[in-house]
Design a protein around this ligand. Structure first.
Ligand SMILES: Cc1cc2nc3c(=O)[nH]c(=O)nc-3n(C[C@H](O)[C@H](O)[C@H](O)COP(=O)(O)OP(=O)(O)OC[C@H]3O[C@@H](n4cnc5c(N)ncnc54)[C@H](O)[C@@H]3O)c2cc1C
Length: 234
């Protein structure tokens, strides 16, 4: 499976104590433990205190298509692999699941990747520099980013990208990142899911066909914003 890889490079150690201390500077009820303070902050959305915790990830094997969505998360720092300074001949690429499961479509897709690679190589033979050759590289090509993000911005990222409306590749990235940070700081991340689930109200009024939302019916049902505004019984 050629899907986005995520490795944690470094993060703020002893973050729960740090956040609790910063909250105490502001003022919290006496007698609360560090963990209780942090859980209370996250639950009540007093989120500036958790900005003191940050994570740095190495994200690789992500498509250029997904990287455009990823880069929209401006409250974080991104350093990307350059196609001006690196040779990309023989590049790896992402295959969408829909194409992977259809042999004829997969053949067509692979042909397109090989054609792009071949054009990239031939342009080199013709003396064109990387800076010019890179324009034939496809959106599916893998890229790599070092990404530093604080816990508050990360919750915003996860809320948006764990949603079934996010693209499958971004959801996979969000799932992997969430798995890592939840292991380190469950006090902050164990209740984190799509933004509808976090806030108890879903701003998305419609679901994407083929991507059923687990929170649209049943015991876990989350009302839509529209329903709440209309005061509808749910
Ligand atoms: C399902 C889905 C579909 C999408 N579709 C599209 C699309 O069709 N086209 C498209 O362009 N994007 C689309 N996006 C991207 C989306 O609009 C956001 O740009 C992206 O998710 C980053 O979110 P953000 O701005 O909250 O994050 P960040 O950039 O990290 O910002 C975090 C928060 O900081 C504040 N902030 C940041 N910058 C500013 C600013 N300049 N002014 C005021 N407040 C600011 C906001 O409160 C923001 O929520 C889509 C996202 C999702 C999840």
């Amino acid at each position: 499976m050629n899907i986005v890889k995520v490795e944690l490079i470094t993060y703020t150690k002893d973050g729960i104590r740090l956040v609790a201390e910063s909250a105490r500077v502001s003022g919290v009820p006496p007698g609360m433990s560090d963990s209780e303070i942090v859980r209370m902050i996250v639950e009540n959305d007093y989120q500036s205190a958790i900005e003191h915790i940050s994570f740095t990830f190495d994200i690789s094997e992500m498509s250029i298509a997904a990287s455009r969505e990823f880069l929209e998360h401006r409250i974080s720092s991104h350093t990307g692999r350059s196609t001006r300074y690196n040779e990309e001949e023989g590049f790896g690429y992402y295959i969408p699941r829909e194409i992977e499961g259809n042999p004829e479509a997969l053949r067509e897709f692979r042909r397109a990747m090989e054609a792009a690679n071949e054009a990239y190589r031939r342009l080199k033979d013709l003396g064109v520099k990387r800076e010019g050759r890179r324009y034939v590289l496809p959106m599916a090509m893998h890229c790599r980013y070092l990404w530093t993000v604080n816990a508050r911005s990360l919750i915003n990222f996860l809320g948006l990208r764990l949603c079934v409306r996010a693209s499958p590749e971004m959801r996979e990235l969000a799932r992997k990142v969430h798995g890592i940070v939840n292991n380190i700081y469950p006090e902050i991340f164990s209740g984190i899911d799509c933004r509808g689930r976090i806030m108890g109200v879903c701003p998305e009024n419609t679901v994407r066909e083929g991507f059923p939302c687990p929170y649209k019916k049943g015991k876990l049902r989350v009302p839509t914003k529209e329903e709440v505004k209309k005061g509808k019984d749910i």
